[in-house]
Design a protein around this ligand. Structure first.
Ligand SMILES: *Cc1c(COP(=O)(O)O)cnc(C)c1O
Length: 367
């Protein structure tokens, strides 16, 4: 059993996607161009933001957001240890220092009270990650940012379409970073990313940086990078954007079915949803008491599960130079030992989900 059926997603939209790809091929503009600027306009509107800029990946979006905010050597950026490495990797890439603050055990997202304890004179920004499709506590983080004059870079890579107090994530902080990696809720057929912002200066800086620092070809104002969105990706994403909200509601329906089925099972904790949040379930991640045996039991019955994430960032070998040790961020470390993501493919047949539910119940019946 595969965890997310990307071929199925394609076949559902095959006619539209094939036509969109063909259009680009016959037009001959493969980098940037009309498809990219149309997608930018559509995603800016979707996020109720003034600007959107297509980039090569979600990682690049985070990297260029930091550069646009002039964050560099001597600066500190606070983020979560319970995320994909890209979130923190980019901080070191601009020469700044990642500072990890522990998470809220319910949402798995950055805990604002823990962020306060990590503030120093060098803190310049916070990168909250809206993990698994659930918003970080943006009320508390925005208050903090205002009080201490910090920038907020939202990592929306796992939560495109999710809301906080009715507002799209990504359009709340100073800049929002999206990923179009194929498995994301809005996924392309390769790498891709985007930033959304209401800040003109940030938008201008990032559009300059993404194309070697040149507004006019061969006239370079600053040293930039090559991080552009391909026209073919943009064309495919424009088709898929029309389905994002309905596919997110399919994910929510599947999540509700799991929630209901697992409500009375001791030993399994279903995802918490803050009343201010609209969860889009990029992952349906539960906590279980016997993670290893639980996963092995399901695997034996042919059911794929995922473990996001086995090792928190502060104790990754690549970050050894930051000198954290095991025990420093106990809530994130505990989460790593307990989380399991169950299949939440929007197009999973009900019969398959029922099979997963039955098997989970069977596991707990034998414990
Ligand atoms: C996927 C992801 C990224 C990186 O996005 P890419 O497009 O793969 O570079 C960054 N942060 C989080 C939380 C992600 O899940």
């Amino acid at each position: 059993m595969i965890f997310l059926d990307l071929v199925k997603q394609y076949t559902l939209l095959q006619r539209e996607i094939d036509a969109a790809i063909k259009k680009v091929c016959l037009n001959g503009q493969f980098i940037m161009g009309e498809e990219v600027s149309s997608l930018e306009a559509e995603l800016a509107r979707y996020h109720d933001a003034k600007y959107a800029i297509g980039l090569g990946s979600g990682t690049d979006a985070l990297h260029l957001a930091l550069r646009a905010l002039d964050i560099g050597p001597g600066d500190e950026v606070i983020t979560t240890p319970f995320t994909m490495i890209a979130t923190a990797e980019v901080i070191t890439r601009v020469g700044a220092k990642p500072v990890f603050a522990d998470i809220d055990p319910r949402t798995f997202n950055l805990d604002p009270d823990k962020v306060i304890k990590k503030l120093t004179k060098r803190t310049k920004a916070i990168i909250p990650v809206h993990l698994f499709g659930h918003s970080a506590d943006m009320d508390a983080l925005q208050l903090l940012a205002k009080k201490y004059k910090l920038k907020i870079i939202e990592d929306v890579c796992q939560s495109t379409g999710a809301l906080w107090r009715g507002k799209k994530l990504g359009g709340i902080g100073d800049v929002g970073c999206l990923s179009f990696f194929p498995s994301k809720n809005l996924g392309g057929f390769g790498d891709g990313g985007m930033i959304v912002t209401n800040n003109k200066r940030i938008a201008e800086r990032i559009s300059l940086l993404r194309a070697h620092g040149a507004r006019k070809k061969y006239h370079h104002e600053v040293l930039g990078v090559n991080s552009r969105l391909d026209s073919i990706q943009a064309a495919i994403l424009r088709v898929k954007l029309n389905y994002l909200d309905s596919w997110n509601s399919l994910r929510r329906k599947k999540a509700q079915a799991y929630d209901k089925a697992f409500a009375n099972i001791e030993g399994i904790t279903v995802p918490y949803v803050d009343e201010r949040a609209y969860h889009t379930y990029h992952q349906y991640t539960v906590r279980v008491t016997k993670q290893k045996t639980f996963r092995a039991f399901l695997a034996e019955k042919g059911i794929a599960t995922m473990h996001y994430y086995p090792v928190p960032l502060h104790v990754q070998k690549a970050f050894a130079f930051l000198k954290y040790k095991s025990g420093d961020l106990p809530i994130a470390e505990q989460a790593c030992k307990e989380v399991v993501s169950l299949k939440i493919d929007p197009h999973m047949p009900d019969s398959e989900q029922q099979h997963i539910i039955r098997t989970v119940k069977e596991f707990y019946a034998t414990q």
